[in-house]
Design a protein. Structure first.
Lengths: 266, 218
């Protein structure tokens, strides 16, 4: 084994990081000292082995979306500051705009331009915001130990709870034909709107169906992919529905269509 | 993370300069922390920190700047969660001396003998984190000693020393495993006075010369 000083110089020689003088001295020694030459050869073997065979990890596909979700969350202004954004003010008086509003706006722009994968249907800004809020709520809830406030799949238990917490006219049918089992229900908020979150399970996957009253017209089921999650939403009989899950988009859409069909107004 | 992430201009700069290096950031964290979930958590934190301090990033050094933040986040995480992993190779003490290379007859050595890629990965993983740190920056990112010194906050001499020790340690363990490498032989007659390491490696895609801006003057 060569002395440590020689090992360092050989390693640096291999990396083309040795100064001119030291390199010349070392190269002349290499011609005279076979042991030194073997050492250099062994070092090159090691380097070649690392560069050709070692694992180079690439960021998982969900990491980018996860980072952006965290950015949007961290940039979102506090609720007390929530009001319609004045774009003219941004254009006219950038220096007077609060940094929180600017950061929130920038993050929303960034998210919408860069990383939010949306279905090829047009979505109103409010719709997109609610879908993002639904996805955030889904991810928050699934990382918590307690998903539901009332754990039951019995309509006789869940329906009265919905009447008390959601609307005097809750969804008539809470079952779906897509192998989803109702686990329970809890209250939640999506972008300051109080909603009921119906929690289903399909195998190991959690499916959230957020429901809240709306004055809007009935709409058909539409699906999208938001931040890597499948989202379907529709309106029926004065209620707005939004389904979120990490299941494939087609499966979530089928679940949503089944639920919408079950609550079809005659 | 609390507080604001930055101005719209910073967000756009982050998207243009920093996000393209997400894979390098993840690779670095993955090798340092040795766990995919921990690496994802730490990279997320590092990216948010990078966005917050985007104003201090110079475009020509964005990659090094990001890797420095990732490294700092990794070592902070290790300090808090796995303090025993934070072993550095100092100039005086070689921590590798305390870690025996697998013996020839050990069952796991025999099992990986025929799987060279796996054995290389395991050998790198077995290095003290201080060695792995510089090795990943040099061999995967092909950063110069000066850049590695900036990222790690060490003198160039320390970088040189840690790299040499890391390679010596790898050699020891890989020799014990009989890892079948087929390196390109070095010829003493190949005497390009400027680029000793480059002349014989020019044909190898894995051995591309360093960019002029990062090459140390010889």
């Amino acid at each position: 084994m060569t002395p440590q000083g020689d090992s360092e110089k050989l390693s640096a020689l291999l990396d083309s990081e040795l100064g001119t003088g030291e390199r010349r001295v070392l190269e002349s020694r290499l011609g005279l000292e076979p042991a030194l030459w073997c050492e250099l050869y062994a070092l090159q073997c090691v380097r070649t082995g690392i560069r050709t065979m070692a694992q180079r990890y690439t960021a998982p596909s969900g990491l980018r979306a996860r980072i952006v979700r965290a950015m949007v969350r961290s940039a979102r202004p506090r609720r007390s500051a929530r009001r319609p954004f004045n774009w003219m003010r941004l254009l006219s008086f950038p220096s007077s705009m609060s940094s929180a509003a600017l950061a929130g706006a920038a993050a929303c722009i960034f998210a919408s331009v860069m990383l939010i994968e949306l279905a090829p249907v047009s979505q109103a800004p409010g719709d997109m915001r609610l879908m993002q809020a639904a996805v955030s709520s889904h991810t928050r809830a699934t990382s918590r130990a307690q998903l539901v406030e009332v754990g039951s799949s019995e309509p006789g238990v869940v329906q009265p709870w919905l009447r008390d917490h959601l609307s005097p006219r809750p969804p008539k049918n809470l079952t779906s034909n897509e192998g989803a089992v109702l686990v329970g229900v809890r209250t939640d908020k999506l972008d300051d709107i109080s909603v009921a979150a119906l929690v289903y399970r399909v195998r190991d996957h959690v499916v959230h169906t957020f429901v809240w009253p709306t004055d809007g017209p009935n709409t058909d089921v539409a699906s999208a992919s938001v931040e890597g999650f499948s989202v379907s939403r529709w309106s029926r009989a004065g209620l707005r529905y939004c389904v979120v899950s990490d299941l494939p988009e087609a499966q979530v859409l089928a679940f949503a269509q089944s639920l919408a069909q079950a609550n079809q107004v005659p | 993370m609390s507080g604001n992430t930055g101005s719209g201009e910073n967000v756009l700069a982050f998207e243009r300069l920093v996000l393209p290096h997400l894979d390098a950031a993840y690779n670095q964290a993955r090798w340092l922390l040795q766990d995919e979930h921990d690496a994802q958590d730490v990279v997320q934190e590092a990216m948010l920190r990078a966005l917050r301090y985007m104003g201090t990033c110079r475009s020509e050094e964005a990659k090094s700047w990001l890797l420095q933040i990732v490294r700092n986040c990794c070592f902070s995480w290790l300090k808090e969660n796995r303090p025993k992993d934070r072993t550095f190779g100092s100039g005086d003490v070689d921590p590798w001396d305390d870690i025996a290379a697998p013996a020839e007859g050990e069952p796991h050595t025999a099992a990986i003998r025929n799987a060279t890629r796996l054995s290389v990965n395991k050998a790198i993983s077995a290095l003290p984190v201080g060695y792995r740190d510089v090795l990943v920056l040099r061999e995967f990112e092909e950063l110069s000693y000066a850049e590695i010194a900036t990222i790690t906050g060490c003198p160039i001499g320390t970088v040189m020393s840690r790299l040499a020790r890391a390679r010596a340690a790898l050699r020891r363990i890989l020799t014990a495993q009989d890892a079948p490498f087929s390196p390109t032989p070095i010829s003493l007659h190949d005497r390009n006075p400027i680029a000793f390491g480059e002349s014989r490696d020019a044909d190898s895609p894995d051995e591309q010369p360093l960019p002029a801006t990062t090459r140390t003057t010889l």
